[in-house]
Design a protein around this ligand. Structure first.
Ligand code: NAP
Length: 194
């Protein structure tokens, strides 16, 4: 499961659990993005903060793990390189699924080596309530056999809204796991974002 996870929230965790069940996966590995190259418009929290929050959030689920693969790889983060590395590391044949947000997948045809990306894994695009699926069908390769869409009501929670709430002094308890809430407070994250 790929994402910036700035911060990770309950919507992400529900998405991962739903994908485990619907696609009968063995496990979900969370991959916090190292350097999100298409995000020139806003500052992103440091990789270690995002990695640690992801570890805290997933620690209680034995089928969830967190990888440092993208955090530790220098340079811009390209999913194609991640998928190739995961295949190299695997013992024997594996079926790879890549779970992420539908909006992130809208630009998949602009990612590095899009055809190779789509050949390497089955993509699961998670949508939030009210999501305009027609937009996804117009812009993303939605009819590709390696693309599925999953509607996740819990994705009414969003990282953008959580950052805005912290900056405005509004509560975020119950939107993120308790440990992540504490981490955000202790590290002083998101206080100054407009
Ligand atoms: P983003 O632009 O931060 O997110 C776009 C939308 O998708 C947001 O609404 C976001 O909601 C949602 N989203 C992101 N990750 C999600 C997840 N795991 N589950 C459910 N919803 C999710 O997207 P991003 O984080 O930069 O990129 C997502 C993934 O695509 C990452 O793994 C990234 O490395 C990959 N990617 C690869 C390339 C490339 O290879 N060239 C380019 C772009 C992205 P929240 O803000 O609430 O999470």
């Amino acid at each position: 499961m790929g994402g910036t996870f700035d911060p990770i929230h309950h919507g992400h965790l529900v998405t991962a659990e739903a994908a485990l069940w619907r696609f009968t996966l063995d496990e979900v590995m969370f991959l916090p993005t190292g350097s999100p190259w298409m995000k020139g418009d806003r500052p992103v929290s440091g990789p270690e903060d995002r990695y640690l929050m992801t570890v805290i959030a997933t620690a209680s689920n034995p089928r969830f793990s967190v990888s440092r693969l993208e955090i530790d790889r220098p340079g811009p983060t390209y999913t194609v390189e991640t998928l190739q590395e995961l295949r190299r590391q695997a013992e024997g044949d594996i079926d790879l699924f890549f779970i992420t947000g539908a909006d992130a997948m809208l630009e998949i045809l602009e990612w590095k080596d899009p055809h190779e990306v789509l050949a390497q894994a089955h993509f699961i695009a998670a949508t939030r309530p009210g999501y305009d699926l027609a937009r996804f069908q117009e812009r993303a390769p939605s009819s590709h056999p390696n693309v599925s869409v999953m509607d996740i009501p819990a994705l009414a929670i969003s990282s953008t809204d959580i950052r805005r709430r912290v900056a405005a002094g509004e509560p975020i308890r119950y939107l993120v796991p308790e440990g992540v809430h504490t981490y955000i407070e202790k590290a002083g994250l998101y206080r100054s974002e407009p």
